[in-house]
Write a protein that binds this ligand. Structure first.
Ligand SMILES: Cc1cc2nc3c(=O)[nH]c(=O)nc-3n(C[C@H](O)[C@H](O)[C@H](O)COP(=O)(O)OP(=O)(O)OC[C@H]3O[C@@H](n4cnc5c(N)ncnc54)[C@H](O)[C@@H]3O)c2cc1C
Length: 673
């Protein structure tokens, strides 16, 4: 290999199989190949000819139009178990012989003066704005690479499965012409199952030419020696004397584990390597065509192409099916038989295309044998329990409190104090008790005496200020609380545009919903702080704030915002202490805690231990405050425990808000970044 400098090109195709051919066809169709230097690398340019590609689509579908010249035969009826033929209308089942695809690839690359390199791609590394591709025939620098080299899968987890769809088929020329060539046999289970799911797949290409394929969905691949007598017997039985003119063998992975592939900039994965093969069926052609169309539109519009991704529920169905087929293969035959017997064929094909609605899915799933799916579901849930998000759990907790409050109103009041105290000790105070570490952001730090003195000094000064100017002190408390509450949620929801402004907005919503929905309680609390208000805005303002936040959540497309608004709205019917505690402990403190853990890369235990002295100190301070108020040593009365509690919170949180803001500026996504 004398080449020293990499050869430059615009597009390099690593692999010239079906997906690459479909993309090249789209690039040519849109004129994007002319004038571009394209290199197509494949270790074997004849591999396409050894496959047959089938797919279903309407005859006026763009896919059919684009592939029209390659399609050899289309069927408008399908059959299961050689029973009644079922119309596919408005769909048709189309077949493209691999040789047609291969010829198209060769003709197209010649027409557009693409370089065809019979070689293997060895490695790809990013190189400036492109990719350096090393092949066995030299090194290329491509602006963009389309990589369709086959990829492996990760080791399946216990709820995932790895099977093969393997098949051996004969193209036969029967002596007696086939009478009905308008129906293909999708699955004929009239063969032994041999501990797998086995069926015949029969495509009458013409009256004198039929593809008869023995297919296995199983953990082992089918062998020529075992399939030959089965095929010969079947051919004899259904077609009489016939000559075998070709043999087709193949194996498609049916795997519900993720692909083992990495991402590289300026490299787009294609076809099977991009996850185009549907695990439950082995069909990929349509996904590959759609990907090719999307890539071309994306390139034209200067955007990234969309990855191939099935909706999660279809991945779930495939996972269950594959688990059944690998663990209880005896169910494969009845499942497919029932699927086709009890549902319209076009509907099944839409389901396999992952285009059915939830309701249609349910109808199809209910038509299948229950037992194997229930077993598969049970083990899937065991190994892959659904993760219920924090906001949903918090709403459930709010509902539970409401239930308890409605059922046992008098027992609820002491209960809410117990819950609040536990929550405060477990997370509410600790989340603010590591402020001494936030300067450095390191868990190893020790509290400096000066820091503690400054912290306590601010609190005492604020308390004195509160005594003289209660209204001003309360307004300041509201302002920084709104910002601080909003800031921790905005960080949690990863809202990046105008985070400071949105923090303030969302925090104002939180306080408005809690305060305006508990007017009479809030008035009493304020009274205990020597703040006397005559009129108080009604509950309408609380609802308006909630509605505004709901619209904002929809605009931001953040379901967590919606759940938060629901939780706050449930809190409107609880006592104010519970409504506040739910938000303060369940959302604010928990979020703040997880940000601290992330930002300081610390575990729960080590962070909690660091917080412990200050948690303890704060708890002692609160109890001292209660004792002093009871002993009339404070200008606030001990009867007003709620007022005292909020006063304590206001003082303790003032320096904390500042410390957290600086922490978020360093680690998060505030405006100042
Ligand atoms: C026998 C068979 C029949 C199928 N029939 C259907 C069907 O009817 N309908 C359907 O929807 N799907 C079908 N599929 C599934 C799917 O459509 C095909 O697997 C399809 O070929 C996938 O396209 P691809 O481009 O991802 O991979 P391929 O078509 O396999 O192309 C990959 C190419 O990469 C080349 N290559 C490998 N390693 C290197 C390397 N290191 N450097 C350079 N080149 C390399 C290979 O030689 C090959 O040409 C079938 C699959 C098989 C195996």
């Amino acid at each position: 290999m004398a080449q020293t400098q990499p050869i430059a090109c615009e597009y390099l195709f690593a692999g010239a199989g079906a997906s690459a051919t479909l993309l090249l066809m789209q690039l040519e169709k849109t004129g994007m190949l002319s004038g571009s230097k394209v290199v197509v690398v494949d270790s074997d340019f004849t591999s396409l000819s050894r496959k047959t590609f089938c797919f279903w689509a309407k005859s006026d579908d763009s896919m059919v139009k684009d592939c029209r010249k390659l399609i050899q035969k289309s069927w408008n009826h399908l059959r299961i178990d050689r029973g009644e033929t079922k119309s596919l209308k408005p769909l048709e089942y189309h077949c493209i012989p691999g040789l047609n695809m291969q010829n198209e690839m060769l003709a197209l690359t010649s027409r557009n003066e693409c370089v065809r390199l019979e070689s293997s791609v060895i490695s790809m590394v990013p190189d400036g704005n492109g990719v350096l591709v090393t092949t066995t025939a030299g090194v290329y620098r491509a602006a963009h690479v389309y990589d369709s080299r086959p990829a492996g899968f990760m080791s399946p987890k216990p709820n995932e499965s790895a099977l093969f769809q393997s098949f051996i088929g004969y193209v036969i020329e029967p002596d007696k012409p086939v009478l009905n060539t308008s129906a293909a046999d999708m699955m004929d289970f009239g063969v032994e199952q041999h501990g797998a799911t086995q069926f015949m797949y029969v495509l009458p290409m013409a009256a004198d030419k039929v593809l008869v394929e023995l297919t296995r969905f199983g953990t082992t691949t089918i062998l020529e020696a075992e399939s030959r007598p089965v095929l010969l017997d079947y051919i004899q039985k259904h077609f009489g004397e016939a000559r075998i003119v070709e043999t087709e063998t193949g194996c498609i992975p049916m795997c519900s584990a993720p692909l083992r592939v990495g991402e590289l900039s300026n490299v787009t994965r294609l076809g099977g390597r991009a996850g185009a093969i549907k695990p439950g069926t082995g069909y990929a052609f349509k996904n590959m065509y759609n990907q090719a169309v999307d890539i071309v539109v994306a390139v034209k519009n200067g955007r990234e192409s969309k990855p191939i991704s099935a909706p999660p529920r279809f991945r779930f169905y495939d996972r269950l099916l594959l688990w059944i087929l690998s663990h209880s293969p005896e169910w494969g035959k009845p499942i497919f038989q029932q699927l086709f017997r009890r549902n319209g064929t076009p509907q099944i094909l839409r389901f396999l295309d992952e285009k059915t609605s939830w309701m249609q899915d349910v109808r199809i799933l209910l038509s299948l044998p229950f037992k194997p799916f229930l077993v598969a579901l049970r083990q899937d849930l065991r190994h892959n329990p659904p993760s219920i998000s924090k906001p949903v759990l918090l709403c459930a907790a709010a509902l539970l409190l409401l239930l308890l409050y409605s059922a046992f109103p008098s027992a609820y009041i002491p209960l809410q104090w117990i819950l609040l105290s536990a929550g405060l000790l477990a997370i509410g105070i600790p989340h603010g008790a590591v402020d001494h570490l936030l300067e450095t952001g390191k868990i190893q730090g020790k509290p400096a005496l000066g820091f503690v003195a400054k912290y306590l000094g601010i609190m005492v000064l604020y308390l004195i200020f509160w005594q003289w100017f209660p209204v001003a002190a309360f307004c300041i408390f509201l302002l920084y609380s709104a910002f601080h509450f909003g800031q921790s949620d905005i960080q949690e929801w990863k809202i990046s545009h105008f985070p400071n402004l949105k923090s303030f907005f969302w925090g104002t919503v939180i306080l408005s919903v809690i305060l305006f929905s508990h007017g009479s309680e809030v008035k009493l609390i304020l009274g205990g702080m020597n703040i006397f208000v005559n009129g108080f805005p009604g509950i309408g303002l609380a609802y308006s704030a909630a509605l505004l936040a709901l619209l904002w959540g929809l605009f931001e497309k953040k379901t967590a915002v919606i759940w938060s608004v629901i939780m706050l709205t449930i809190g409107m019917s609880l006592p104010v202490l519970s409504a506040f505690g739910l938000y303060f402990i369940g959302q604010h403190s928990l979020n703040g805690w997880s940000h601290l853990r992330e930002g300081m890369q610390a575990g729960n235990k080590s962070l909690f231990m660091k917080a412990l002295p200050f948690t303890f100190g704060a708890a002692i301070l609160l109890l001292t405050l209660f004792w002093m108020a009871n002993a009339n040593l404070l200008p606030w009365s001990g009867d007003q425990s709620l007022s005292l509690f909020f006063l304590f919170l206001a003082c303790i949180s003032m320096p904390h808000v500042w410390a957290m803001h600086r922490f978020y500026r360093r680690t998060g996504q505030t405006d100042n970044q």
